[in-house]
Design a protein around this ligand. Structure first.
Ligand code: ATP
Length: 409
């Protein structure tokens, strides 16, 4: 039995019409708590989140998280793996593939949770399971406290979804898409034109409003998908790489809309490959590696925990007085100064008059003192400019990416 009505590219399909069978549901809810595949060395925050979800699932909560998944697991079996080529796989038989490994997560109201990870880490699969486009191998999902299998109507009324691949009606105009979604989400009839125009102008797609979706560029279709997910203010919104292909001004509108929307009782899950976007928009992020949630917390928490500390970048004044010049070995003087100030600092890069040092967290007991010394050295050592910055989220992400490579299959 198939609950789903739409094809894969239908906007209604992409907005949460169930697509799995009763058998899938029964099997999926088995063995929720008895798992043998949870890593022994699971990160403390991930472990804490798993326990938090278990506690919340076990009791009645007045204000439940907007999205809660418990021990979500997805293994594509041999028969589910779609082969896109016509070979007979004589050499390499297709085996099963674990896309999501025992993921437990609770996204609270007022939160934008960033799901980060390499291509193929399992982000989209997680979203597809939450929207019931895919059935989990096991695990539970609640949206606004409503179980998506036993209380599907209530659960999906709360949900907006911007899928990774735009799901639009090709012969319907941009404006009609938005009007239809606004009406479905219960926007009062008289307010629909005003609200639709707000999105059209904010995303700068007014001039394309009366074009059919099939006549629009990829960027315009992306903007439309984002607006469709947001219009009518659903309580929970899943945004799968919403800003891909958007110009900077529209991206700014998207950021502003997200920042303004998910306060109070609403919440969102956002996937993005832009660490800048995650840093700007997400109250918490989680990094997935090979289907597994490896860490989670605020971006500052992850930088403190997994960051390498600080990066000190310095540029000496006078581009021609390079290390090969005859005017004294100023870079050596600078290196000496830096190692005196930070004992464990290491030189990462040195090119002409520009030097970059990596400074461990524990070498910086006082930021105030550090800046005082750097300002003094600026004059004494004739430094044109310097920057002293904390590890970026990108560096934290790359650390996990490195783990992925080292432990690659
Ligand atoms: N229908 C499917 N059949 C078999 N394997 C699949 C299927 N869909 C996804 N996968 C596999 O599951 C893993 C996770 O894929 P998923 O699309 O969730 O990753 P992702 O993190 O969203 O990547 P991206 O950043 O590229 O969107 C990948 O290895 C992918 O090849």
């Amino acid at each position: 039995m198939n609950y789903g009505g739409g094809g894969l590219k239908s906007p209604f399909f992409a907005n949460s019409i169930l697509n799995f069978s009763k058998r899938d549901v029964d099997e999926a809810t088995e063995d929720i708590n008895e798992l043998s595949d949870i890593g022994e060395n699971e990160d403390q925050d991930v472990k804490g989140e798993r326990q938090k979800v278990k506690n919340l699932m076990d009791c009645y909560v007045v204000n439940p998280p907007v999205v809660m998944v418990q021990n979500l697991h997805k293994e594509y079996t041999k028969s589910e793996i779609k082969c896109e080529c016509c070979c007979k796989h004589d050499e390499e038989p297709i085996t099963s593939k674990i896309a999501v490994k025992s993921l437990s997560l609770a996204v609270d109201a007022g939160e934008v949770f960033g799901l980060l990870g390499h291509n193929g880490a399992g982000k989209t699969t997680t979203m597809k399971i939450i929207t019931a486009e895919e059935a989990p191998t096991r695990g539970r999902v609640q949206i606004g406290g409503e179980n998506i299998t036993s209380n599907m109507n209530d659960a999906f009324q709360l949900l907006g979804y911007c899928p990774q691949h735009d799901a639009l009606w090709k012969n319907i105009t941009v404006r009609e898409h938005l009007e239809c979604y606004a009406a479905i989400r219960g926007v009062p009839f008289g307010d629909i034109p005003k609200i639709v125009n707000l999105y059209l102008s904010g995303l700068q797609i007014h001039e394309h409003a009366d074009k059919q979706a099939q006549q629009c560029s990829g960027g315009t279709r992306r903007k439309l998908s984002f607006a469709m997910a947001m219009v009518g203010n659903p309580k929970v919104v899943l945004l799968d790489e919403p800003s891909t292909g958007m110009d900077p001004r529209s991206k700014r509108f998207l950021w502003d809309t997200i920042l303004a929307s998910f306060q109070g009782s609403r919440g969102a899950i956002l996937t993005t490959h832009s660490m800048e976007e995650a840093d700007a928009l997400c109250s918490r992020v989680g990094i997935m590696v090979k289907g597994e949630l490896r860490c989670l917390g605020s971006t500052q928490h992850l930088k403190n925990l997994y960051g390498a500390g600080y990066t000190l970048e310095m540029k000496l004044r006078g581009g021609d007085r390079t290390p090969t010049s005859t005017s004294g070995d100023r870079p050596s003087e600078l290196r000496e100064f830096v190692s005196g100030l930070f004992h464990d600092a290491t030189l990462q890069e040195s090119f002409a008059d520009r030097l970059v040092f990596s400074v461990p967290q524990q070498s910086v007991p006082s930021l105030a003192n550090c800046f005082m010394q750097l300002e003094k050295a600026k004059t004494e050592l004739d430094i044109e400019e310097y920057s002293f910055s904390q590890t970026t989220l990108e560096q934290v992400f790359l650390k996990f990416a490195h783990y992925d490579e080292v432990n690659g299959e």
